[in-house]
Ligand binder design. Structure first.
Ligand code: MF3
Ligand code: CO
Ligand code: CO
Length: 272
């Protein structure tokens, strides 16, 4: 299926839900402390999304996913399921939030709407220098890719810039999971892979909404799916980091729909 070009009305809905998703990551930050369980983080996010935002946590029941957020700790690459295990000093954790909302949707039991998908790394207590470096380089990979998004940029350009930055620091890029188009469907075409060759692949067009969400491993790139059929870990048990934003391709650049206040990145990036 071809990528969806959003109408002005849809773009406004993506802006609203993108800000909601960002607000969940801002809200949960102070709770990410030693001793809290990922189940507790899940419940706090769930209640905030349902009660404060009057929106819906898209992961819940998505292809059978049992919780409202993904919590991926240490060597978990992505899709970690919240559990009753407590966070401990030095853990690194990705919290991945996807909010679905449409002010015109009236039936809470059959929610429709648009999606805002974003994730952030948190550190519990004092990070090791190695973990901090992996987290920083992974965020730089995402930012470098965001900064080249505009009509005409090719998917291979995005993959190449991420792969180059990660590998130049001795890290590897996970290949089995990728970014995606996003809108009234959680995962739309195209697939945005985080490795590749510049000058290849489909061109971005104004009005597309996509995520960029690189998963970068400190060790080898191979992943393994655990028996719960969700949790993805590094095969060599090395640390893994991920950051994610939802983006709108504008006429002359990109709008970061899930930007948080703490970030230095501008919401709107224009290329001459
Ligand atoms: N939020 C993830 C993504 O970035 C997808 C999670 S699917 C789930 O695409 F079912 F695991 F929640
Ligand atoms: Co995503
Ligand atoms: Co996500």
């Amino acid at each position: 299926m071809a990528a969806v070009i959003k109408t002005a009305n849809e773009i406004e809905k993506m802006r609203v839900v993108g800000k909601m998703a960002a607000s969940v990551l801002e809200m949960i930050g102070p709770y990410v402390k030693k001793g809290i369980t990922t189940d507790e983080l899940d419940k706090i996010c769930h209640d905030f999304i349902r009660t404060e935002l009057k929106a819906y946590p898209a992961p819940l029941n998505y292809h059978g996913f049992p919780k409202s957020i993904c919590t991926s700790v240490n060597h978990v690459i992505c899709h970690g399921i919240p559990t009753d295990k407590k966070l401990k000093d030095g853990d690194i954790i990705n919290i991945d939030v996807t909010v679905r909302f449409d002010e015109d949707s009236t039936d809470p039991d059959h929610p429709t709407g648009y999606h805002g998908d974003t994730s952030k790394m948190f550190i519990v207590g004092k990070p090791s220098i190695l973990a901090q470096r992996l987290i920083n380089i992974t965020q730089e990979c995402m930012y470098k890719a965001i900064k080249i998004v505009k009509p005409g940029t090719r998917l291979g350009d995005i993959g190449a810039i991420i792969q180059k930055h990660a590998e130049s620091h001795g890290y590897s890029v996970v290949r089995e999971y990728c970014g995606h188009g996003i809108g009234s469907t959680f995962h739309e075409d195209p697939q945005i892979v985080h490795y590749g060759r510049a000058g290849t692949g489909e061109e971005l067009k104004a009005g597309m909404c996509i995520t960029i969400e690189p998963m970068i491993n400190a060790g080898r790139r191979e992943s393994k799916l655990l028996k719960d059929d969700w949790t993805v870990v590094t095969k060599d048990r090395s640390l893994s980091a991920q950051w994610e934003h939802t983006l709108l391709v504008t006429e002359d650049g990109v709008e970061v729909l899930t930007l948080r206040d703490e970030e230095e990145l501008p919401r709107l990036i224009k290329h001459a």
